[in-house]
Design a protein around this ligand. Sequence first.
Ligand code: GDP
Ligand code: MG
Length: 793
Amino acid sequence: MSTLNELIPGQKAIIEQVGGEGALRQHLLDMGVLPGAEMTLVKYAPMGDPIEYLIHGYELTLRKADAERIIVSGIAQRDNEAPGEAGEIPKHNSASDPRKKAHHHPGLGEEGKYHPKGSGNPLPAGETLTFALMGNQNSGKTTLFNQLTGSNQHVGNFPGVTVDRKDGMIRNNPGTSVTDLPGIYSMSPYSAEELVSRDFVLNEKPKAIINIVDVTNIERNLYLTMQMLELGIPMVVALNMMDEMLGNGGIVDVNEMEDMLGVPVVPISASKNEGVDELISHAIHIAKYQECPLRQDFCDADDHGGAVHRCLHGVSHLIEDHAAKAGLPLRFAVCKLVDGDERITAALDLDANELEMVEHIILQMEKERGLDRSAAIADMRYSYIYKVVERCVTKPAESKERAKSQKLDGVLTGRFSAIPVFIGIMGLIFFLTFALIGPFFQDLLDKGISALGDHVARLMEAGHVNATLQSLVTDGLFEGVGGVLSFLPIIIIMFFFLSILEDSGYIARVAFVMDKLLRKIGLSGRSIVPMLLGFGCTVPAVMATRTLPSARDRKMTILLTPFMSCTAKLPIYGFLVSAFFPGKGWLIITGLYLLGIINGILVSLFYKKTIFKGEAVPFIMELPNYRIPTARNVLMLLWEKAKDFLQRAFSVILIATIVVWFLRSFDFHLDLVKDEGQSILAYIAGILVPVMKPAGLGDWKIITSLVCGFMAKESVVSTMEVLFAPEGISGAINSLTAASLLVFSLLYTPCVAAIAAIKREMGRKWAVCIVLWQCFVAWGAAVIVQLIGMLFG
Ligand code: GDP
Ligand code: MG
């Protein structure tokens, strides 16, 4: 017996057994890694782990440890046939016509005839037609959603979880609403996001489902389709990426496929906006007339002796009334019960006797079929999919897109080129964002805001507005909110590049390449991008953690990003270095960046041992073909991010700005102060003096500057310039204090914009904790600097 990880690149083998247990194993089965399927080892990641495989014509990555649990046989060299072709699909018994077999199935309305259009059971007029948009990741869901809704969309959150929820009206169709759900591979939830999708269809009961299927990757995509058919909710299948399929000479017999699946199938190309109107008309029709799928039952009495078929129908009779009581679709409940889904089993509320009977039937089936329950059910669905594909799909002999992807991957995930190319790309993005394009727009915006500020100030002066109000508007609003607003261009530009990398399929590769490294600190490869963005600006970095599949990884990544030194801290470094360490600036700034990284590593090791015990999520990820992102998608995303940021700028940040303005402008008699030394802020800073003394920062002027840095890191410098005038800072403190100050500035609390982003992702409690925690870490590090300084004089 060999295991999957023993293959060498280019070798293929047939899967005999899939080891492991629970959700992970179920996920593997759902992705098509099941007994009888053929898998080819494509390549190792540059650091030797994870491994890329080819299965059912798509690329899947697995960690070595997971591959070790998959037993294979029949190892052979991969034949020269182009990858992903029909040759890789195990041939199943296709002589039987599934439609004829339908008659052997009791109940469940699979008589094989369509509801003629226009009848069915129409919904009362005026009822909103709600649609769920469901599909695999990378199937083109976002693209289709943008086509369906145009600009009529709004983003919210699913209650209780930080998963984006996008709703929108289908263009030109008032009274409709479509919800974009997180991409899922099956109805067995694997990540928190997937749970959201499944619960949405089960609990919110949309009137119909629009199921988007990537036709170039049809076997795996149809798996979800099969599961959703079981729900008995009206559904239309959108066969996406038809442009690629046809361009390569492939053919799909759509009518035949409609026949076999029992739902309307509409070929479309979401990115080219082809077929979308037809899709809309079908979707609205099935929703309005509540036309349910005509088949839910895809097991076959001829498949492997019919064991699975008998088992499912036996159980079906047993639990029929329980399913009805629990409000669950029968066929769905049966399949879930048989494959051992705990949530559904509990929901069915069977008594001990019934459970025993069910168990007995399942054991009998496992024995006859020679597969365990989960594998048997997955196999039942894939068997039918193979039949559908064999009858309805003529795959192209060669896919240009795949060939192109493989060429690109030769470089982008190549053993020696992957990491240098990655560094190059990130470097270029940083350079463009922070050196070339960003400052230009930032400057422009800054100038605009201060011009507006001056104008308003003049108007107020002329109108003899109360002095306090004047100060609030000019020093508070325009300085504070205006300063934060100037981040907007950088955030937009960064997201522009990021969304292109994401939509094109490159981010998945980066995760694949970097996974091994990040696993050492308890994270998975996907955390690399947010962490790198942290060097630019914490705000987009925190926002980018949305793409991480597990809540644990997401939280841990968010807690780490602020330790990466953001660009707003550069002015502080520059200011102090030129005053105290002239000529050594380059060295010291590089050192600070390294210190940030080392600190991040130490902190994450600490997290891993304490609050975030356990492993990062297993790395079962698809590497989609590279595709060119559509301008529409990118623009929609930018608009969304900008709106999100602006909303925050005018809520949390506005309030924080006013508070800081108040503290530094007033004394305890609520009189406007002339000298900031008299302000409440200076008083508070005075209280902090004993605390900050061991860190060498026991000077109220420094403390005040640091508190102002809470608004935006740039204001540390501007405040110090004001407070230490006229003799300048170099006369006021020594270089040891400057060193402490540098380290403290590197590590202490993120700015208010970042905190607002963190609060949004993780809640208020975490946001407060992170501020205190980082101040503590920074304080500790500054104390260490003092100690070292004293030791060496
Ligand atoms: P999602 O992950 O399901 O939301 O997929 P996206 O909508 O982000 O699409 C993934 C990629 O496929 C993007 O680069 C799209 O531009 C591309 N894409 C989407 N639909 C089509 C299509 O019909 N044809 C082609 N050639 N590419 C498409
Ligand atoms: Mg998407």
